[in-house]
Write a protein that binds this ligand. Structure first.
Ligand code: ADP
Ligand code: MG
Length: 347
C-alpha cells in the first residue's frame, strides 16, 4: 500500500533529481524555449519540500493538493500551473485516503492527465509533458498492482525520447514549428524524472514489503557531501554500479551552484534516503562538516535522528558503506566499515 510517507519520499527524490538535472533541463529549454525550465522545476520542488515538511499530513489527497498549490503559486512559466493542476486533480480524487493501491494511484493520475489537457488545451502528440503523462498513466492503470517499476522506467524513458521527433504545437516551442523537431521536450524530460522517482519509491516499497511490515526501506542510506557538484555526482554514479538497492543521495556545491556546501541541500539529501535503518553521511572537506552538523540538528526537529557522520575518506568510506549496507547490515555495522576505510592500506 502507498501511504503519505511514500509520497513525501517521492517528492524528496524528485527534488534531488530535478536539482541534479537543473542545468540539463535548462539547456533543453534553451534549444526550443526560453531556458527557464530547469530553474522553474528545481525552485518549485524545493518549495514543495519546505511546505510538506512543515505539515504532519496522513491524508494523501490533501498532501497532493498542497503540493499542487505550491507549484501553482511559486513556479512561473507554463510548467507551474500545469504540474500544479496535475497534483491538485490527483489530490481531489484521493481526498481522505491514508492508504492507496497502485490502481488507485493510476485512477488519480488519470484526473491529472485530464487536468493538464484542459489547462494546456493540449493533446498527445503536441510535444509536451503530456506525451509522457498520458501513456505512463495508461500503463500504470493497465498494469495496476502487477506493475513492475523497472519496466515502467523503460517505458517512460521511451515516451520521453519519442518527443524528439515531434513538432511542437503548444507552448513556446511551437513558435519554432518544424525547427523544434530533433529536440527533446524539456517538460517531457522533467516528467520522466518525476515518474522515475515514483518508480524508485514503488520498487523500494515492494522490496521492503517482503521483509518488513510497514513497507519502508530496508537499507542504511548513504549521503555524500562534497564542495563540488560534479565530484558528488560522479561518486554517486560510481556507487550505483555497486548496488542498485542502497539508497544513495548527494549534496554537492552551494545553492548558487558555486563550490561549497549548503545545509539545505544536505538536509534534503538525508531526508530522501532516510528510513528506520538510519543514514550515514560522508563528506570531503572541513566546512562540509559544519553544514552537515547544522543539517542534522535541524532534522532532529522532524524526528530524523538516526544519522551518523562518518570519520572516513570520502571515496573509500562511501564505497565501503554502500557494500556493507547492501548486505542489509545495521547502521552500527556500516559505521564500523567506514571507520576501517580510514586506515585502509592502499599500496
Ligand atoms: P515556459 O514554457 O513558460 O517557459 P517552462 O519552460 O517551465 O515554462 O515549461 C515548458 C514545458 O511546459 C514544455 O516543455 C512543455 O512540456 C510544457 N508545456 C508548455 N505549454 C504546454 C501546454 N499548453 N500543454 C502542456 N504542456 C505544456
Ligand atoms: Mg521555459
Amino acid at each position: 500500500m502507498i501511504k503519505s510517507d511514500h509520497i513525501i519520499k517521492w517528492m524528496n527524490l524528485a527534488n534531488i533529481r530535478l536539482d541534479e538535472q537543473k542545468e540539463y533541463l535548462t539547456r533543453l529549454d534553451q534549444a526550443i524555449g526560453d531556458g527557464d525550465h530547469g530553474i522553474n522545476m528545481s525552485k518549485g520542488f524545493k518549495e514543495v519540500i519546505e511546505k510538506i515538511h512543515q505539515t504532519d499530513c496522513h491524508d494523501i489527497g490533501k498532501l497532493l493538493q498542497d503540493i499542487g498549490m505550491v507549484l501553482v503559486s511559486k513556479v512561473g512559466g507554463a510548467s507551474g500551473p500545469l504540474y500544479g493542476t496535475a497534483f491538485i486533480k490527483a489530490g481531489q480524487v484521493l481526498k481522505g485516503k491514508e492508504e492507496i493501491t497502485i490502481s488507485e494511484l493510476g485512477q488519480a493520475l488519470q484526473e491529472s492527465v485530464n487536468g493538464i489537457k484542459l489547462r494546456g488545451k493540449s493533446q498527445v502528440g503536441d510535444k509536451t509533458m503530456l506525451d509522457v503523462w498520458e501513456p505512463v498513466t495508461r500503463y500504470i492503470q493497465q498494469k495496476g498492482n502487477e506493475l513492475n517499476a523497472d519496466e515502467l522506467v523503460s517505458f517512460a524513458r521511451e515516451q520521453m525520447e519519442n518527443t524528439k521527433e515531434l513538432e511542437a504545437r503548444k507552448g513556446r516551442a511551437s513558435f519554432l514549428g518544424k525547427r523544434s523537431i530533433g529536440h527533446l521536450d524539456p517538460g517531457a524530460v522533467s516528467s520522466f524524472l518525476l515518474f522515475e522517482a515514483l518508480c524508485s519509491i514503488l520498487e523500494e516499497n515492494r522490496d521492503a514489503g517482503q521483509t518488513k511490515e510497514d513497507g519502508m526501506a530496508e537499507y542504511v542510506g548513504v549521503v555524500i557531501v562534497s564542495h563540488s557538484h560534479e565530484l558528488a555526482k560522479g561518486l554517486k554514479k560510481l556507487l550505483s554500479q555497486l548496488s542498485s538497492h542502497v539508497p544513495v543521495a548527494y549534496a554537492g556545491g552551494t545553492d548558487e551552484e558555486e563550490l561549497g556546501t549548503s545545509a539545505d541541500k544536505i538536509q534534503n539529501a538525508i531526508r530522501s534516503v532516510y528510513s528506520d535503518k538510519g543514514v550515514v553521511v560522508l563528506f570531503d572537506l572541513g566546512s562540509a562538516l559544519i553544514n552537515t552538523e547544522l543539517a542534522i540538528e535541524r532534522l532532529a526537529e522532524e524526528n530524523i535522528t538516526k544519522v551518523h557522520i562518518a570519520d572516513a575518506p570520502l571515496v573509500e568510506g562511501a564505497y565501503a558503506a554502500v557494500v556493507q549496507s547492501g548486505c542489509g547490515s545495521s547502521l552500527d555495522q556500516v559505521i564500523e566499515v567506514t571507520r576501517k576505510a580510514k586506515s585502509m592500506v592502499k599500496i
